[in-house]
Design a protein around this ligand. Structure first.
Ligand SMILES: [Zn+2]
Length: 136
């Protein structure tokens, strides 16, 4: 685990902003879960996006990391330097770790730094440190 630098904290702030922005979304009057993700590519470009929650079919939902990675991919980026996701609920927020499906998907984008919450606060680890099938 490594401490965050200023560029990492910018990504955390952006992911937090995205989650907060989408926390007011409703579907049929039902409040949806709100997660935002932000990433920096190897080229230094930044992409972000929210999760897309399907309240009646969790497997049909899409994690925020997929949105951010899809946006980067659609603009020609295949190497991610750092990625993070944050949740927001009732005015509170925090860093949330990627699920197993997201970690597997991230393998397509190299071996990025992934910002996760620890007992000492947010830290970053390489994907291959937190995902057993990531490339070494
Ligand atoms: Zn996920």
């Amino acid at each position: 685990m490594r401490p965050l630098d200023e560029k990492d904290r910018e990504l955390v702030d952006l992911a937090r902003e995205v989650a907060k922005r989408f926390s007011s979304f409703r579907w049929n009057g039902e409040k949806l879960s709100a997660v935002g993700s932000a990433l920096r590519t190897k080229d230094g470009d930044i992409f972000s996006g929210p999760n897309i929650d399907h309240p009646e079919s969790a497997p049909c939902s899409m994690c925020a990391e997929y949105t951010a990675l899809g946006k980067a991919y659609s603009e020609g980026h295949t190497e991610v330097e750092t990625i993070v996701a944050c949740w927001h609920k009732n005015g509170d927020d925090g860093v949330i770790p990627p699920c197993g499906r997201c970690k597997e998907f991230m393998r397509l984008f190299g071996n990025p730094w992934v910002i996760i919450e620890t007992d000492e606060g947010p830290r970053k680890a390489r994907l291959d440190e937190i995902h057993p099938y990531a490339p070494k």
